[in-house]
Design a binder for this molecule. Structure first.
Ligand code: GFB
Length: 308
């Protein structure tokens, strides 16, 4: 991507989109096409086509999506499949019609089969049943990957699909009902310390394992791949190691200096037992994650205390 290129970041106010914008600016890019959800409803095909025809961006990061944690996915399956299919279909097709040079589509590690062999290799996609709590979201995301591959094949486009592991960091969603586990536990432990609550409730059994990638590292990886990788094969992006939810809770408890108890709410789902990514492909391409989990958690706690 030339520094003078015009870059559209769809979803630039979200966790991933805001990190990509921060990283691009830090790397000297300065021409951006940005529209908030209030300025442009990405589920309306004619509005998206109009934007792309008028603005003609050179590159697109498709980071706009309806996302959420296990409880949100389990509660709003229709919204997750409808909104994500609409957004991605409109942007991918409009990118093709307006001659976008290259597009980066964001998949997710949660769209691999529930019981994929660990660590999960890119070949495992569609190799088994999906995790029921987020199957509608996963089907939508898989459709997005297949659409990029189909356009590459028929129209010779250069649309790459990346598969990030669980993400966290600045500008995350900290709403306790719709968020992912890491931001939820940061908020829960901070509020418990402030209120001198005797315990913090963690959902499920604490046994599932999750891999956590600091979102600024993901942003660097997406920009790295846009500049160094072309092809229809998906690329995993992760740190290559995971922790149990109990271990994560104890790390956050220590960093927040909370002294109370951790109790488990087994009425809440555990979801996929483990989804550790095999990151050898992106490592071989020349990229590795650099923010250790405890450092990323510290930065996120600091940001939360200053901004929430
Ligand atoms: O992060 P999370 O909501 O999503 O849950 P997934 C991860 C694990 O943390 C589950 C447990 O076993 C949860 O039961 N957990 C414990 C909690 N306490 C909490 C809490 O207070 N809040 C939340 N949210 N979880 C998502 C997919 O699965 O992965 C999405 O549903 C998305 O589609 C995301 O792709 C990356 O990692 O289980």
């Amino acid at each position: 991507m030339e520094k003078s290129a015009k870059i559209y970041i769809a979803g630039h106010t979200g966790l991933v989109g805001s990190a990509i914008l921060r990283s691009l600016k830090a790397q000297g890019y300065s021409r951006f096409l940005l529209r908030t959800i209030d300025e442009l409803d990405l589920t309306k095909q004619s509005l998206v086509e109009g934007l792309m025809q008028d603005e003609k961006p050179d590159f697109v990061f498709l980071a706009a999506a309806k996302v959420g944690g296990i409880h949100a996915n389990d509660t709003y399956p229709a919204e997750f499949i409808y909104i994500n299919l609409q957004i991605q279909t409109n942007i991918i097709h409009s990118a093709y019609k307006s001659g976008v040079k290259k597009l980066c589509f964001l998949g997710s590690s949660c769209i691999y089969p529930k019981f994929a062999a660990q660590p999960i290799n890119e070949e495992s996609l569609l190799d088994g049943k999906l995790e029921p709590t987020n199957e509608p979201y996963a089907i939508a995301k898989i459709a997005g990957i297949k659409m990029c591959q189909a356009y590459n094949r028929q129209y010779r486009t250069d649309y790459i699909s990346v598969m990030p592991t669980n993400l966290y960091g600045l500008y995350d969603n900290f709403d306790l009902k719709s968020s992912h586990v890491l931001p939820a536990l940061i908020r829960k432990f901070i509020e418990a310390r402030k209120d001198e609550a005797p315990s913090v409730t963690v959902w499920g059994t604490g046994k599932p394992r999750r891999e956590f990638l600091f979102v600024d590292d993901l942003a660097d990886a997406c920009i790295f791949l846009m500049n160094n990788y072309s092809g229809s094969e998906i690329v995993n992006i992760g740190v290559g190691k995971d922790v149990s939810i109990l271990e994560l809770a104890n790390i956050i408890k220590e960093e927040v200096e909370y002294k109370g108890e951790i109790i488990f709410d087994s009425t809440k789902p555990d979801g996929t037992p483990q989804k550790l990514l095999d990151v050898s492909k992106i490592n071989k391409l020349g990229w590795t994650a650099k923010t250790p989990l405890r450092e990323g958690i510290r930065k996120t706690i600091q940001w939360y205390l200053e901004n929430k």
